[in-house]
Design a protein around this ligand. Sequence first.
Ligand code: HXC
Length: 258
Amino acid sequence: MAYETIVVETEDHVATIKLNRPDAMNALNSQLLGELARALREADTNDKVRCIVLTGSSKAFAAGADIKEMSQKSFVEMYLSDFFGTEHEAIARVRKPVIAAVSGYALGGGCELAMMCDFIIAADSAKFGQPEINLGVIAGIGGTQRLTRMVGKAKSMDMHLTGRFMPAEEAERAGLVSRVVPAKNLMEEAQAAAQKIAEKSMLTTMAVKEAVNRAEETSLAEGMRFERRLFHALFSTEDQAEGMSAFLEKREAQFRDR
Ligand code: HXC
């Protein structure tokens, strides 16, 4: 079924998903999050797709959850519908690598969505924020947890309590984004990173993702054990044999996801 609030293009093994509600700064409403969860699930199960890029417009990656949609809801409605819970979990469950390419505002749920991706490439115009406090609420899809893990308590508290916007340069210094690039080069850089990832063995990219994500959820000792088991397990794959042979034979590896 066609999408109305996102645009999906797949080329050279990379699915690019563009949030597309230009009149509302890409505010995340139920329809958009539902479509996004579906598109991500489809990309995740499509053998042709090896990496995903999630982006918005030059003005806004996403300016947060749709305030118009939420404003009249009661606790009972929010609780019974588990507002954004299902979509959020579907997005976080994607196993293929997802890069967020962020330009302009990434606020509230928009910042949280970017943080759900595996890493963020930011345009120098990007501004990150958790301004929910100005609306009398707090973050609802991971902001207090993921931002704190990514930038530490001091900056996370500062952002959540004051609602200030953090510019791209500061976000890079703080560890929220992996690189900052000139706005005009954002998509080119994100696509190049995605292409690099798409050349690897899918088995290995998925293992990397699982292992790094485990670092956020468990103790160092448990995480190390998990990593070692995955490392050992990869020696049962053809791609390990191919990768190491290719290095020794001074040629490019031809990975087959086996
Ligand atoms: C609904 C939004 C919106 C939002 C912008 N718009 N953000 N609509 N929900 N989150 C709409 C505006 O109403 C306006 O529509 C149009 O987009 C353009 O926005 P302007 O405000 O006119 O633009 P500008 O002056 O450039 O300011 C941009 C902005 C500002 C700084 C991004 O719009 C803003 O502060 N937005 C809200 C940011 C925010 O509070 N986010 C957190 C939401 S709560 P019209 O029709 O007037 O042209 C949240 C909780 C997550 O995210 C929890 C998950 C469950």
